[in-house]
Design a protein around this ligand. Structure first.
Ligand code: AHR
Length: 330
């Protein structure tokens, strides 16, 4: 019998006994114990860093749900450094965590690490960004369809620009799944539906507000800087930085220059209400509930789908108001 099946049977037996004697905890799913002794199963979470509001909310969601479901969470944040992140993952594998939960900074470089996890019988769950690896190296991915987000941003902007004009693109971290896919989805729509819209500048702002502002300043100081009609930012932080740069240059973001971004943070929705940001395609960071529902099943030896998608919407001036800000989780 595999250690997973064994842990699953013990956990099920423990939960049944708890229910029968009426001593379950206060409504948590409590999937994270490995037996009647109550020893917590360990999840090693390899996070990218804390580059954005989105990321901070994502980490918090994982921490909250780990506690609710009764797991011990070990957290490593690599501060945006890819090699460090791989070392963090290997370290958790060497410690024989029960589950390795991974949000890879960039897509590449994960084959050997995840093979090591497989050899060590450590289950791998991917959240948010995907690595470029064969599907047998992880159990499931929980997160958004970044290409679709790019398509939705492209559809909205193409229409708002009446099919013509010049766009500057603030890209996310080079080599990361959201930067690659949000670009691919957006360009798909531009090429097929809006051939008269030109991408006249693009550069990475690393998903950070400060860098987004610097890159936008550099765009504006080029000779063709005054010809930018719209900005497509791969996340809210960079859009908010670009808004500052445009204002410092005497331009009105949202009017002189149309602004579209991705995430849906509270500051971004405030900028929509202020008329400085025109559209935000939502990317939901609250992945903890789906991640730990999946982990509960995995440790019980139950099957889970390879892909667990999250629900997302789109915000613009037609549907965003101050009332909604209170409920925004980040
Ligand atoms: O991987 C998701 C992206 O990473 C979010 O859009 C961004 O804000 C974060 O840093």
């Amino acid at each position: 019998m595999s250690k997973w099946r064994f842990a699953g049977l013990l956990a099920t037996a423990f939960l049944t006994v708890s229910t029968l004697v009426g001593c379950g905890d206060s409504g948590s799913s409590a999937g994270g114990t490995s037996g009647g002794g109550g020893k917590k199963l360990v999840v090693g979470f390899v996070q990218t860093g804390a580059e954005s509001n989105w990321r901070v909310a994502n980490t918090k969601s994982i921490q909250t749900e780990a506690a609710k479901h009764g797991y011990e969470l070990k957290l490593a944040t690599a501060d945006g450094k890819s090699e460090r992140q791989q070392a963090d993952a290997r370290n958790f594998i060497d410690q024989r965590v029960d589950v390795l939960l991974l949000a890879p900074i960039v897509e590449t470089g994960w084959d050997e690490v995840l093979k090591q996890a497989k050899d060590a019988n450590v289950k791998v769950v991917i959240e948010d960004r995907r690595p470029k690896v064969s599907e047998d190296l992880y159990v499931t991915h929980v997160g958004a369809d970044f290409k679709e987000e790019g398509r939705r941003a492209g559809e909205w902007l193409g229409k708002a620009m009446n099919g013509k004009g010049n766009v500057a693109v603030l890209e996310g971290t080079t080599g990361s799944a959201p930067a690659i896919d949000r670009n691919t989805g957006f360009m798909e729509v531009m090429k097929s539906k809006y051939p008269d819209i030109k991408i006249i500048m693009n550069a990475s702002g690393d998903f950070e507000r400060g860098k987004g502002k610097e890159v936008m300043k550099a765009f504006l100081s080029r000779p063709e800087g005054d010809q930018i009609n719209a900005v497509y930012a791969h996340n809210d932080e960079m859009a908010l930085g670009a808004i500052q740069a445009l204002k410092e240059r005497g331009k009105k973001p949202g009017k002189d220059v149309l602004m579209v971004s991705i995430d849906g943070s509270r500051p971004a929705l405030e900028a929509i209400i202020a008329g400085e940001l025109n559209c935000v395609v939502e990317c939901n960071p609250i992945l903890g509930p789906d991640v730990f529902d999946a982990i509960d099943k995995i440790v019980k030896g139950e099957s889970v789908p390879k892909e667990i998608a999250v629900k997302e919407s789109l915000f613009d001036q037609t549907n965003t108001n101050a009332e909604m800000l209170k409920e925004r989780p980040f």
